[in-house]
Design a protein around this ligand. Structure first.
Ligand SMILES: [Zn+2]
Length: 278
């Protein structure tokens, strides 16, 4: 889910679908739109040489796509042993129950409502299937239930909608909160600094090879937008839709409803910050 506020100078990666790293293979779902960019990236993640794989975000409820994910894993010589979700938005999670049925796997997610089976996902969990090490990193902000998955063996992180391959993401107010989102970006930034993470495997858009640069861009973009919203409020633009029309004038109108969610998140953040300072 993007607000497509792509700015000049932002890194742009290569083509989607196929083997992105030694452990991560992308299967692009056929659901392109202004909100989902090229479509949802479904990831098949496995340790090299292992016959077991984890599927991250089966994607929309599209029988052809779900079967294609399964046949791709088979072609790679992998049996899918587990399905996990970065968050509950339908373009990532709607097909999870059907995929679990097709693959005979359980579904692990932060949100208990999305789980199938006994196990959830929480901070500090490590998903280990067939020798794979995939660390769960809570990254609330886009939604309250957003997670990233860190692959320490190759300095990569699967980011769901927290960081996209193009543009910037929506803070989906009221579930998503800007303060949480900024903290999550800083958490990811510390992975680039302290754990050598350089590759972003996003939920939409191409793979990015400069994780630190992208996260710095996101932090700067959020600060810029917040300053614009603060100025608009000071100038008397009162409602969220008025602020959107003023601040997001350069963004395609089809994205204004999503931008309004981000503006509501920013207005809530400014109100909380004001209350905290008072
Ligand atoms: Zn989302």
């Amino acid at each position: 889910m993007t607000d497509a506020a792509s700015l000049p100078g932002q890194p742009r990666g290569g083509v989607l679908s196929g083997q992105a790293t030694a452990r991560a293979h992308c299967v692009l779902a056929p659901n392109p739109s202004a909100m989902t960019l090229d479509g949802t990236n479904t990831w098949i993640v496995a340790e090299p040489g292992s016959g077991s794989a984890v599927v991250v975000d089966p994607g929309p409820l599209d029988e052809g796509h779900l079967r294609h994910v399964l046949s791709t894993a088979e072609r790679l010589g992998k049996r899918v042993d587990l399905t996990v979700l970065t968050h509950g938005h339908p373009d990532h999670a709607e097909g999870a129950a059907r995929f679990a049925e097709l693959s005979g796997t359980s579904v692990r997610a932060l949100d208990p409502a999305l789980r199938l089976g006994d196990e959830g996902l929480a901070a500090g969990d490590v998903v280990s299937t067939g020798g794979l090490e995939m660390r769960v990193v809570p990254t609330p902000g886009h939604t309250a239930d957003s997670l990233c998955f860190h692959l320490p063996a190759e300095g990569a992180v699967l980011t769901g909608d927290t960081v996209l391959g193009r543009g910037t993401t929506v803070v989906a107010h009221p579930d998503g909160r800007l303060g949480d989102y900024l903290d999550s970006l800083r958490r990811l930034r510390s992975l680039t600094r302290d754990d050598g993470v350089s590759t972003v495997l996003p939920g939409h858009g191409p793979v990015l090879e400069d994780a630190q640069g992208v996260i710095d861009f996101y932090l700067a973009h959020r600060a810029d937008r917040l300053a614009q919203v603060e100025t608009a409020v000071a100038e008397g633009f009162g409602t969220a839709s008025e602020v959107v029309a003023h601040v997001y004038a350069d963004v395609d109108r089809s994205l204004w409803p999503a931008a309004e969610l981000s503006v509501r998140a920013q207005l809530a953040y400014l109100a909380e910050r004001g209350a905290g300072a008072a």
